[in-house]
Design a protein around this ligand. Structure first.
Ligand code: NDP
Length: 328
């Protein structure tokens, strides 16, 4: 039986893994089969993660976090959790491969999933002009006219990025002001390829085989009009990924996993949660990483209470020029 299994491989999961591995807890990280690395895998330049004054690409940052966790002995599995048994002292994690892993504790750090508009055409035309990931699909829209829906940082980031490819990018927002941070807003306002369509929502996505337009509805007077575009990027936020624990862990009214105060302790003993899945407000890579730290320390404390905590880890490859030493 493992000391701890970490479910999720975003900043929260990998930071928890770094701390747990350095505490000799030999964590197993279930990283997911297709979404390993979490949301930052879909991001381009990350400019606000401390320690990278020139910025760093999202996937590079995640690769570094993974390497750091593995360096101290974390084991990473590219598989998906299909079910969980969380009650009692032995937690059971069943993977897509059919394998069942057991642990004394769990850190649940599954992050959040792209929110959908809930329109019929959205699913039907997904991959045929509808996308949730500019970095994945932007390339397909060279010299095309496209739209981004949303008014937050994600929408601004996507819109700016997409102007590298598209000839024109409409940003459709249901209000007359943005939720995005000032710097992201200013960048978008200054971009000559971006045009804002305010007080409008997408009522329908048009096209049979591929997207060829949108039906927009005014949020002021309900009037409708069609807009010709060939691609729609949906950037309206995320929802916490709680589907595996809906009936097992207490949730908050906002749909995140309930944790006890500033800790990571959930409503079930031995189960801890971290990152976007507990955070309806801040949802930054750095806050998720901090939250992963809290979870690993809580697990250490929990296991110590059961007489199971390990010794401090020693790095395999110490910082160049320094003698081998217990890393503190
Ligand atoms: P947000 O929740 O911040 O914004 C979502 C936007 O989508 C809002 O403008 C919201 O409108 C709109 N929206 C929500 N639902 C619908 C709907 N059904 N139809 C139409 N519009 C809708 O999500 P983000 O993904 O933008 O950002 C999440 C977090 O990640 C934030 O904390 C953000 O700061 C951070 N982030 C930071 C980045 C960076 O700093 N580089 C990059 C990307 C994200 P309304 O305003 O009316 O509610």
């Amino acid at each position: 039986m493992r000391h701890v299994i970490i479910i999720g491989s975003g900043p929260a999961g990998y930071t928890a893994a770094i701390y747990a591995a350095r505490a000799n807890l030999e964590p197993l990280v279930v990283a997911s089969s297709v979404e390993a690395g979490g949301e930052l895998m879909n991001t381009t330049e990350v400019e606000n993660f401390p320690g990278f004054p020139e910025g760093i690409q999202g996937p590079d940052l995640m690769a570094k976090m993974q390497a750091q966790a593995e360096r101290f002995g974390a084991e990473v599995l590219y598989d998906d959790v299909v079910s969980l048994e969380l009650d009692g002292p032995v937690k059971k994690v069943t993977l897509g491969s059919g394998k069942v892993h057991e642990a004394a504790s769990i850190i649940y750090a599954t992050g959040s999933a792209y929110r959908k508009l809930g329109l019929e055409g959205e699913e039907r035309l997904s991959g045929r002009g509808v996308s949730w990931c500019a970095t994945c699909d932007g390339f397909f829209f060279r010299e095309r006219t496209i739209a981004v829906v949303g008014g937050g940082d994600s929408a601004m980031e996507e819109a700016n990025f997409l102007t590298k490819f598209a000839s024109k990018v409409y940003v459709i927002h249901r209000k007359d002001s943005l939720r995005a941070s000032k710097i992201m807003q200013e960048r978008a306002f200054a971009n000559p390829k971006i045009e804002f369509i305010w007080n409008s929502e997408v009522a329908d996505i048009l096209g049979d085989e591929a997207v060829n337009g949108l039906r927009l509805r005014s949020t002021v007077d309900g009037s409708e009009r069609d807009l010709e575009i060939e691609g729609l990027f949906v950037a309206i936020g995320n929802d916490p990924r709680t589907h595996l624990v809906h009936d097992k862990l207490e949730l908050t009214s906002q749909g995140t996993i309930w944790v006890d105060g500033r800790s990571s302790r959930t409503s079930v003993e031995g189960v801890f949660a971290a990152g976007d899945v507990i955070d309806p407000t801040y949802r930054q890579a750095i806050t998720a990483a901090g939250s992963g730290t809290v979870a690993a320390l809580d697990v250490e404390h929990f296991l110590a209470g059961r007489g199971e905590a390990g010794e401090p880890a020693v790095a395999d490859s110490p910082i160049e020029g320094l003698p081998d030493a217990a890393v503190v």
